[in-house]
Structures are given as C-alpha cells and as structure tokens.
Write a protein that binds this ligand. Structure first.
Ligand code: FES
Length: 316
C-alpha cells in the first residue's frame, strides 16, 4: 500500500512516532493490538508494530527507535520528512491478545512498548483487567508518557528506570509470581529482557502457552553458529531435491532454484516464511517459534534456520 508520512513526532530520546495515512485517501485496513506492518524505506524492509489505538481510524502510527548500530533501517526512517511517500504492507498479527484471558500482564523493555501500548489501549476500551510494566534505561527514554498518564492507563502502569539503581528495577519473580489458567503475559523488548521474562515465568510455573513474546532484531545464531554446513531439502509436492550449500539460507537456495517462499524480515523474527517440515530435523535459528513448536520439529523458518539431518523434506 502507498502511504504518506503525515507527521513525525519525537516522543522520547531517539524515539519518533511516524503517522501514516493512505496516499489516495482510501481507508486503511483495520488492525488488532499486537499487529505490525512492513515498511519499505531506502531499500530496507523493516517490521514496526502499530502503536495507535486499534479503534483509531484513518492513520497508522509506528514508534521507531533510532539505533545507529542496527542495520540502517531505523536511521533511514528518522531521516524522513513529513510528506514523504512510503510503501507498507497490510497489518499482520503474530502477537494477538488472548480474548479469553481473565487478566493480562504486559511487560515492555525499551522500544518494546509499541505493541504493548496498543494492547493496553484495547484492553482499556474493552474494560478487561490488565497491568503494564515498562522498563527503560532512564525516564527520558520512556515513550508515550502522556498517553500512559490517562485515566484507565495511569493506575495500571508501572515504570522502572535503570538509572535509578538496583532497587528501581523490575522484580520479575514478584510480577509473575501467581500464574493462573486464565492469566496471560505478553513481553516485547530486547532479547535479554525477553529471555529474563521467559525464565522468570518458567520458574514461577507459568504454562508456556500463556506467555507470549515478540522479538525484534536479528535472529541469534545460537549454539550452532559453526554448524553452517551443507544439506539438502526435498520439495514434497514434486520430490525435487535442492542443495543448500554452507553460507546460503534455505530461502536463498530455493530462490536460486526458481522456488519462491514468501519472506519479509529474513531474520527469523516475523514468521512470514514459516514452512511445514515433513521429515528431517531442523536446526532452528529463529526468534519466532516457541520452545514447544521447536521441539515438535514439524515447521521451521527457512530464512534463517538450517538442518541437523542431511535431508529436510518440506511441504512445498
Ligand atoms: S521472513 Fe521473517 S521469519 Fe522468515
């Protein structure tokens, strides 16, 4: 979709909100909290969560942290001026709220607030119980302070600033101390923050399916960083065998063989390329699948994952 950047608003240190409207005035597709869009900018494609109220019609708002050490997309975004034309995808949602939850705990680390503030707004509008825990390095890096001060959000929002010392840090064991069947937790932020939340939730006995997370940034190569050897994939529909050499991803090898798998982030984050595995043992390198999904070994993200077995049979 073609959109126009209406406004760029600074909301915290190094964080701007970009307000986008359709270029031809047509309505933008509706979305639910947790959704993201792909944004094409300067040859980059980046995923950004929608941070406006899902009930707001007519505009999409995304919050972008300017990160000079990232791969360049956020720096290119921050260089844009109002009036710029951009291309975006329709909203996709791999991080939806559970509509049956009896209580929802939202845990944001830094720019991870963007999908979670939309969730907080949606839960407030629906009159459902929730709490929001928002951790940043210092108060100047906490975005959306005005919105979070509104009635219905202020009394449910807890801020934690690293700059205020160890006592001001979040006590995850306390926040997550009482799992229940109907309680759901959502975490978004840097990988270290997410891993700490997942560990605390597991330690407190939370069922894995009640703890939802969304990473941003590149997939980690993990323990098998050196195990980038060659293997083969078979396309189940035609039994064609394709070599995946060392240093090439499955998606790249398939593309070289004339087989296109839809991709977006190509970093194992967004889930767009998810593919069923019919046999063989994947070497999961993504940040998208849950531990249970990885253990089942019946799907993989071929933009980054590889194979532990010499052959993977894919449902392609
Ligand atoms: S393209 Fe995003 S996970 Fe593969």
């Amino acid at each position: 979709m073609k959109v126009t950047l209406l406004r760029k608003i600074s909301v915290a240190t190094d964080i701007c909100v970009f307000e986008l409207a359709s270029a031809d005035g047509s309505p933008l597709p509706a979305f639910a909290a947790g959704a993201h869009i792909d944004v094409h900018v300067d040859g980059f494609v980046r995923q950004y969560s929608l941070c406006n109220r899902p009930s707001d019609k007519g505009v999409y708002r995304i919050g972008v942290l300017r990160d000079p050490v990232s791969r360049g997309g956020s720096v290119a975004m921050h260089a844009l001026d109002a009036g710029t034309s951009l291309e975006i995808s329709s909203p996709k949602n791999h991080f939806p709220l559970d509509e049956q939850a009896t209580h929802t705990i939202l845990l944001a680390g830094g720019i991870g607030i963007t999908p979670l503030i939309a969730m907080a707004e949606q839960l407030r509008e629906q009159g459902r119980p929730f709490e929001l825990h928002y951790c940043t390095r210092d108060p100047q890096r906490a975005a959306f302070r005005e919105r979070l001060a509104e009635a219905g959000l202020a009394e449910r929002t807890h801020f934690y600033f690293d700059s205020e010392g160890a006592d001001a840090r979040i006590d995850l064991a306390r926040v997550l101390r009482a799992p229940q069947d109907g309680k759901h937790a959502y975490v978004c932020g840097p990988a270290g923050f997410i891993d700490a939340v997942l560990a605390a939730a597991a330690g407190a006995g939370w069922p894995a399916q009640n703890v939802h997370r969304e990473y941003f940034g590149a997939a980690q190569p993990g323990a098998n960083a050196d195990a980038n050897g060659a293997f083969q994939v078979t396309l189940a529909s035609c039994q064609r065998v394709i070599d995946v050499p060392a240093g090439m991803t499955i998606v790249e090898a398939l593309r070289a063989g004339g087989v296109e798998v839809p991709v977006s982030c190509e970093q194992g984050v967004c889930g767009t390329c998810i593919t069923r595995v019919l046999s063989g043992e994947p070497d999961h390198r993504d940040l998208y699948l849950t531990d249970e999904e990885r253990a089942a070994n019946d799907q993989l993200l071929p933009c980054c994952s590889r194979s532990r077995s010499p052959m993977l049979v894919l449902d392609l």
